[in-house]
Write a protein that binds this ligand. Structure first.
Ligand code: GDP
Ligand code: MG
Length: 405
């Protein structure tokens, strides 16, 4: 028994000696590292490339080009506006988003911004948002017919469906969510204010631009005959759209003349139109030439869908509706993935994979979080079916990973 405390003392001393030794050597290693870093940073002919390694003169990493400072020539601007549907209660979330879009993009271009609401905006909402927008700002209350049941809808049946889908899907029990989806699908572009513009960039509260936008995406679309631009593309929940494709197929049969010869059907259907594969452009970010929605084809399309009642008897989202329309009515070349615009809507990131773009645009996102070429994203399919070149290094991010791998 007498030996035990001695053994214990010996072990304790040994542990203490090891701790002091290791701790001192780690501290020494750390200060050595800091010293080396300082020395490297003081060498003006060298700089860090984007991977953090040191490069010499021959390979100085990527070049950063900035737009010349000063105002953009107004005559070069396109007739376009930013558009947000938002509740008064989302003021702080909206304000943060507006600040992000202004800092990253609109403070250089000063496009107008339209805010829409099914209720009157409060003075406080207007006050706080107005100081952030650098273009003209408009606050619009929606006419009641834009936020209500059309007369042919059986409200009892709609209510039964809400009851049934309350547990089965997100927003399943919500009447307002359905009004919102119908509004974006077929009504927002008919608002008097919106009718005066050619292009709209849709912006939602709680979203963020993650990189500087050094050019005008509206003008880019105008110059290149692009009518629909997206950042993220994912799969729809099938339970929200049980009869959507059947209804779309009836439309295609009835109006074959509206289908573009060079369409993007292969993006939305894996079996040449027999079924819908659930792929859609995530419409919380979309830049659209409003002529798409004002076209005869879209008008007939929306009317056909609206009369079927699927916005209320099911829970059709505006994302599959816009995506199916763009894929059927536009040519492949007229749809664009803004892979260079860093964008976040929970829980998904569009973070430029291309190192040069990521650096030049001062992105605030981890490229490892980009979902473009993940399994649950449809953007990879978009590149495949349009024959577009994938960005350098796309394979690195193409795994089966979960959201934040
Ligand atoms: N004014 C108003 N805006 C709404 C309402 N419901 C949704 N929104 C807006 O519609 C857009 C989509 O809503 P959100 O809740 O983000 O749906 P999610 O992205 O599908 O989860 C956002 O711009 C919201 O601000 C509503 O009842 N009133
Ligand atoms: Mg949202």
């Amino acid at each position: 028994m007498a030996r035990f405390p001695r053994l214990l003392r010996f072990t304790a001393v040994l542990v203490l000696v090891i701790y002091v030794f290791v701790h001192r050597s780690v501290t020494k290693r750390q200060s050595q590292h800091i010293l080396e870093l300082k020395q490297k940073l003081q060498q003006p002919e060298e700089q860090y490339d984007i991977n953090g390694s040191l490069t010499g003169d021959e390979n100085r990493g990527v070049k950063v080009e900035y737009l010349p400072s000063g105002e953009i020539d107004a005559s070069l601007k396109v007739n376009a506006a930013m558009f947000s549907l938002v509740r008064n209660s989302d003021l702080q979330k909206m304000a943060r988003t507006v600040r992000s879009y202004e800092d990253r993009f609109n403070s250089k271009f000063h496009y107008d911004w339209i805010f829409a609401n099914n209720e009157p905006f409060t003075d406080e909402f207007k006050r706080q948002i107005s100081v952030l927008v650098t273009g003209n700002v408009y606050f619009e209350e929606l006419p009641s017919e834009f936020w209500s049941f059309p007369e042919w809808i059986d409200r009892r049946r709609a209510q039964q469906n809400r009851q049934k889908s309350r547990e089965a899907m997100m927003y399943g029990g919500s009447q307002n969510y359905r009004f919102m989806c119908r509004f974006f699908s077929g009504l927002f572009y008919r608002m008097e204010r919106v009718a005066t513009y050619d292009y709209i960039w849709r912006v939602e509260p709680e979203t963020e631009l993650l990189c500087d936008v050094h050019y005008d995406p509206f003008k880019f679309m105008n110059d290149n005959d692009i009518h629909y631009g997206f950042a993220l593309s994912i799969l729809e929940f099938p339970e929200t759209v049980p009869t959507l494709w059947e209804t779309v197929s009836q439309f295609i049969e009835g109006f074959p003349r509206y289908i573009n010869d060079n369409n993007l059907l292969a993006f939305i259907s894996d079996d040449e139109g027999a079924t819908y594969n659930m792929c859609h452009f995530w419409t919380n970010f979309e830049i659209v030439d409003l002529n798409l929605f004002r076209s005869e084809a879209y008008k007939a399309f929306f009317q056909h869908l609206d009369v079927s009642g699927g916005f209320f008897y099911e829970r059709w989202g505006d994302a599959p509706i816009h995506s199916i329309a763009a894929s059927l009515f536009l040519s492949k070349k007229q749809i664009h993935h803004f892979d260079d615009i860093g964008y976040y809507h929970s829980p998904n990131h569009n973070c430029p994979i291309d190192d040069e773009i990521w650096t030049k645009n001062r992105c605030l996102c981890d490229q490892a979080h980009d979902i473009t070429f993940r399994d649950y994203s449809c953007a990879g399919k978009f590149y495949d079916v349009t024959g577009r070149k994938k960005p350098k290094g796309w394979e690195i991010h193409a795994g089966k990973g979960d959201y934040f791998d």
